[in-house]
Design a protein around this ligand. Structure first.
Ligand code: NAP
Length: 282
């Protein structure tokens, strides 16, 4: 199969590309460095000729809701329209479990952008003009790698300060393998609904500070530092602090999906201790 990966040089995109190549697919890595801009559409039509499935692993850095909505909504509309024109069978987009819930993204501009992205893909796939491609939304929880990034962002001497987030964190490598398998399977199955969603999460629920403490205990460092104390503050509001990012309750039961149907939740078995013990970092 020919599979195009938007954001294919990013953290997740690189891993998805590797997983798909290992499965014997022809992979086209697309980003601005490759002459493809997913926001303006530059180079996109030409890059999608002959492509069976598109993986959207694009990202935007920042917390402004206005800018995040413009980026994620804009790229989603551009990508789905180009995919439909090219006859791509399906777009698989990587999103964040819980982010589309208004209670969750009310105080998190980046998550508001992810909500806009999902809404744009959904509207295009189901709209009366059918101007978009069929879409599979993969709702991933936060990656262990994110904990390193969060700790390195606020340098506070011997202390690590993190926003209070209850997460069922998962390894980016596991999410990439799941996205690759989903892209392969969904592109080959004409019987799937035009919109479907799946979730993947890790096996344990913990806050960012608890995860950071475990990573530091196993690996010696977290976020390139050796903090002695770990603090957290509910900077992103109550829903994020109290489990709004965790799909499927304590045991990962199925939840209601993007199109209103049942969304199956896959619980990846890799724990934070196992991940940190491998020496991987974000
Ligand atoms: N971090 C987490 O815990 C987590 C959890 C769940 C889901 N996710 C989602 O996973 C996705 C991927 O995240 P990531 O951290 O792997 O991303 P990343 O490392 O920041 O990479 C993003 C990629 O997007 C490309 N890009 C940005 N703007 C572009 C544009 N206008 N046109 C074409 N390409 C563009 C960049 O390539 P160029 O600069 O070369 O264009 C880059 O390769 C995101 O949507 C994120 O929300 C993340």
């Amino acid at each position: 199969m020919r599979i195009a990966i938007l954001g294919g040089r990013g953290t997740l995109g690189t891993l998805v590309a590797g997983a798909l190549e290992q499965r014997g697919h022809e992979v086209a890595v697309l980003g601005r460095r490759d002459g493809v801009d997913a926001l303006t559409g530059e180079g996109l039509d030409a890059a999608l000729v002959g492509v069976d499935v598109v993986v959207d692993a694009l990202n935007f850095q920042g917390m402004s809701a206005k800018k995040a909505r413009a980026f994620f909504g804009g790229t989603a509309r551009t990508v789905t329209a180009a995919a439909a024109r090219a006859g791509v069978r399906r777009v698989v987009v990587v999103s964040i479990a819980g982010a589309a819930d208004p209670e969750v993204h009310r105080r998190h501009g980046y998550y508001a952008g992810k909500a806009e992205q999902e809404a744009a893909y959904l509207a295009a796939a189901t709209g009366r003009a059918a101007e978009g491609a069929p879409v599979t939304i993969v709702h991933s929880t936060q990656w262990f790698e994110l904990v390193d990034q969060m700790v390195s962002m606020i340098p506070l001497g011997p202390a690590a300060l993190l926003p209070t987030m209850r997460m069922a964190a998962v390894s980016a490598g596991s999410v990439a393998a799941f996205v690759a398998a989903t892209a392969e399977r969904d592109a080959a199955d004409d019987t799937l609904p035009v919109v479907r969603s799946l979730a993947i999460r890790g096996p344990e629920v913990a806050t960012g500070a608890e995860l950071a403490r475990t990573i530091a205990a196993v690996r010696g460092t977290v976020g390139g530092r050796r903090p002695r104390v770990f603090w957290e503050l509910p900077l992103f509001g109550k829903a994020i602090a109290s489990g709004g990012l965790v799909p499927g309750g304590p045991r990962g039961e199925a939840v209601i999906g993007a199109a209103g149907g049942v969304e199956p939740v896959t619980v990846d078995p890799v724990t934070v201790r196992e991940w940190a013990g491998r020496g991987e970092r974000g």
